[in-house]
Design a protein around this ligand. Sequence first.
Ligand code: CAA
Length: 256
Amino acid sequence: MAIDIKYAGPYAVLTLNRPDALNALQFTMIEALSYTLDQVAASDARALIVTGAGPKAFCAGADIKELMDRDLMAQRLGAQLGQRTFAKLAALRIPSVAVLHGYAFGGGLELAMACTFRIATIKARMGLPEIKLGLIPGYGGTQRLPRLVGEARATELVMSGRTVDAIEAERWGLVNRVVPEGEPEELGKTFMADFVGYSRCASLFAREAVARGMATTLDEGLDIEADLSTLAYQTADAAEGMRAFLQKRTPEFKDA
Ligand code: CAA
């Protein structure tokens, strides 16, 4: 199976495992990814780490061999499968991080952009090279990239197919952080350790407030924040967090 999943403590670790083809995404892999995300959603994991097997690539994009000679209907269904699956990843109730240790191109970068966070080693190279194939991104790249880096930079990357390195990607906000080289799973765990110790309720409300606010006006976003912060006050974890502060002890959150 080209999608591996394992659970380690609070983490689910998902690996694209097709290193001979730089983890290029076949449609069967996208279907397996979708199924695996359902399993992760039903698990006790508090964070998801997404990695690519092998030393060279996170993922070099959709499998170009499969994209050839398909009729319009099949192409559209393929794009919708990728979009639907990556939307499922983006909507997971736990945060996710893509660990980019090599190439992240086309569908590979689109997959990474559907994660909550991206971290990159100095060897990471990113881009949406579809234009070089006479194509444009089809798994969300034209929509998620401008939301991350702004319209001008996104249009530049989509129209030129240019590759950006880790330093430029961090400067643009495409990746959260450039991290020292290491084993991708461990890099992901180290990064996610900052997120897994809090109340899942507060974590979810925090992420939802930012994400829903970004999709609307400031006024509506402030309403969303008022509603979700009010909800947060109603949780037992909020009572515990504030009580623990006043009692000068570490809170014991129960995700309730
Ligand atoms: N699809 C299918 N096979 C791929 C692939 C892809 N996207 N990317 C790499 N491979 C395969 C190569 O064909 C090669 O296989 P063989 O050994 O059988 O020949 C193997 O992986 C190793 O690749 P290279 O020899 O090319 O490795 P390299 O180090 O010389 O180059 C690279 C690495 C620059 C990433 C280069 O492989 C490359 O440009 N890949 C294609 C990147 C790309 O265009 N991605 C976009 C795909 S379209 C898409 O994703 C559409 C969408 O929006 C959903």
